[in-house]
Design a protein around this ligand. Structure first.
Ligand code: SF4
Length: 134
């Protein structure tokens, strides 16, 4: 179970989880960020599908990180379609990882993306003030 990240506000990560190595690296990185308590992994498809509770939860977060596999930007488009703004963004293929339609993902690439996500979240300013525990 993820730790509460209240001290730094509620942080959310939205991976594209796409059908390519870079999409699956994004998905794996989001899982690890959630498990370590850095950011809650939310269902990006739920935003694209306008699931009202999910949209409200993400809009209520202090920091939102969109994690796309490639420049097509499907996670970004889902977030924008749901009316989410002011988010940070990391694109896996812009970190020196070539996009391929395969699912053999390297541990070193996952760790590189996780590190970039941590750095991006810690460098960004909070959208709102209070944390989730008051
Ligand atoms: S951003 Fe790229 S990898 Fe991710 S779902 Fe879209 S096309 Fe696939």
């Amino acid at each position: 179970m993820a730790k509460c990240s209240c001290a730094g506000g509620v942080k959310v990560v939205l991976p594209c989880s796409g059908s390519a190595n870079v999409g699956q690296i994004a998905n794996e990185a989001a899982k690890r960020l959630d498990i370590e308590g850095t950011a809650k992994f939310f269902c990006t498809a739920g935003l694209g599908g306008h699931v009202s509770g999910m949209v409200a939860s993400v809009k209520g977060a202090d920091k939102v990180l969109v994690l796309d596999g490639c420049p097509v930007g499907c996670a970004r488009k889902c977030a924008e379609e749901a009316g989410i703004s002011g988010f940070e963004r990391v694109v896996v293929s812009e970190l020196g990882i070539e996009k391929k339609h395969e699912f053999n993902i390297a541990e070193a690439d996952i760790q590189k993306v996780v590190a970039q996500c941590r750095a991006t979240l810690s460098a960004s300013g909070a959208k709102k003030g209070a944390g989730c525990c008051g």
